[in-house]
Design a protein around this ligand. Structure first.
Ligand code: 13P
Ligand code: SF4
Length: 320
C-alpha cells in the first residue's frame, strides 16, 4: 500500500544520506529482505552477514536480525556505527546461556576446547576458543577432533548433538534450544511425508534429533536454499523459519514448498515457525533507526570485544 511504499522510499533515501547499508537475515519478513536486495545490501545466513558487514565500505551497518548479529558486526568492525531496528530483538539461545553460568560450566571442564555457536552474547564469545555458525559447525569440530581436542559446546543442544553424531567428537553440551526449531514434530512430519512421498525434507540442525533423522538435507539457512535448488525433487518440506521461503522461491521458482509441522497430532500450524525477534525488524523500526540511532546503536565493552574477536576471527579464517 502507499504507506508502505512511502516508508520504503524514505529508507532508501536515508541509507544513501547516512552512508548506511542494510544487512538482513533470511528470517526477516520478505519486504525487509527485498529492501536489502534493492539497496545493495545483503540477505544472508549469520556467517555471510558477518562477512558482508566486515567487508562493506559503508560507515554504518543497519543489522536487521537479532542482537548477536549486531554485536558480531560491532566486534568485527568497531570503527563502524552499527544500528539495529530494535535492540530488543534477542534469541532464545542467547537468553538461555547467561555469561556467568557459562563461565562456571567452562571452569568445570578445564580440559575442553570451548566452541560456541554464533547465537550467543559477546560476553559468552569472549570465553570461547572458537565461534561457529551452523554452516561450518561440523567442519570446525571435525578439524578440532582430528587434532585430539575434547569439545565443550554451547548453547544449542540439538545442533551440538547433531555435530557430535556427524563428527564422532567427544563433546559436552550446554542444554539450550531455539524456541522456533524446537517446535518441529517428528510424528507429524512422518505423516506429512506419507502424504507427499515425492517431497524432499530440508531441516535446520537446531531442530530435534528425531526431526533431523527424517531429512534429505540438513544445514544452515544458505545451505538449505542451495539444497532446495540442487535436489531433484520438485516438492520440498521445509523445517526452518518461514522467512526462508522468500529466497528459496527465488532460488527454485518452479518448486512447491510446504512448511514442516510444528503442532502435535499431525496438525500443521501454518505460521508457527517464525522467530518473534526476527519479526521485530519492520519498516517503521528501520526508518526510526536511521532517523535517530539513540537506543538502537550496538556497543560492546572494549575488553569483551578484544577477547571475543579472537574466536570470531578464527571462524572467519577457517577454511575446510
Ligand atoms: P543460520 O546461520 O543458519 O542463518 O542460522 C541462524 C539462526 O538464528 C537460525 O535460527
Ligand atoms: Fe534464535 Fe531461533 Fe530466532 Fe534463530 S530462530 S534467532 S536461533 S530464537
Amino acid at each position: 500500500d502507499s504507506q508502505r511504499s512511502a516508508y520504503i522510499q524514505s529508507i532508501k533515501q536515508l541509507l544513501k544520506v547516512k552512508d548506511a547499508v542494510l544487512v538482513a537475515h533470511y528470517y526477516c519478513d520478505p519486504e525487509i529482505q527485498a529492501l536489502a536486495e534493492a539497496t545493495g545490501g545483503c540477505v544472508a545466513d549469520s556467517l555471510e552477514m558477518a562477512r558482508f558487514g566486515n567487508n562493506h565500505p559503508a560507515s554504518t551497518l543497519i543489522v536487521a536480525g537479532v542482537r548477536f548479529m549486531g554485536e558480531t558486526a560491532k566486534i568485527l568492525t568497531p570503527e563502524k556505527t552499527v544500528i539495529m531496528p530494535t535492540l530488543e530483538a534477542t534469541c532464545s539461545l542467547d537468553l538461555g546461556c547467561p555469561p556467568d553460568d557459562f563461565s562456571a560450566f567452562c571452569d568445570s571442564h578445564p580440559e575442553h576446547t570451548v566452541v560456541v555457536y554464533a547465537n550467543t552474547s559477546a560476553a559468552v564469545k569472549a570465553r570461547a576458543d572458537w565461534v561457529v555458525t551452523s554452516s561450518i559447525a561440523v567442519d570446525v569440530v571435525d578439524y578440532l577432533d582430528s587434532e585430539g581436542h575434547k569439545i565443550l559446546w554451547a548453547p544449542d543442544k540439538h545442533l551440538g548433538a547433531y555435530v557430535a553424531k556427524q563428527t564422532g567428537a567427544d563433546m559436552v553440551l550446554w542444554q539450550g534450544a531455539c524456541i522456533v526449531h524446537d517446535e518441529f514434530k517428528a510424528k507429524a512430519l512422518r505423516e506429512l511425508k506419507l502424504q507427499h512421498p515425492d517431497a524432499a525434507v530440508l531441516v535446520h540442525p537446531e531442530s530435534p534429533a528425531n526431526v533431523i533423522e527424517l531429512a534429505d538435507a540438513v544445514g544452515s539457512t544458505s545451505q538449505l536454499i542451495a539444497a532446495a535448488r540442487d535436489l531433484p525433487q520438485q516438492k520440498l518440506i521445509v523445517a526452518t523459519d518461514r522467512g526462508i521461503f522468500y529466497k528459496m522461491q527465488q532460488a527454485c521458482p518452479g518448486k512447491e514448498m510446504i512448511e514442516a509441522p510444528t503442532g502435535g497430532n499431525g496438525a500443521t500450524c501454518r505460521s508457527c515457525a517464525h522467530c518473534p525477534w526476527m519479526a521485530m525488524n519492520g519498516l517503521v523500526a528501520i526508518e526510526q533507526a536511521l532517523l535517530d540511532k539513540t537506543g538502537r546503536e550496538v556497543f560492546v565493552d572494549a575488553k569483551v570485544r578484544e577477547k571475543a574477536l579472537v574466536p570470531l576471527n578464527r571462524m572467519l579464517g577457517f577454511n575446510k
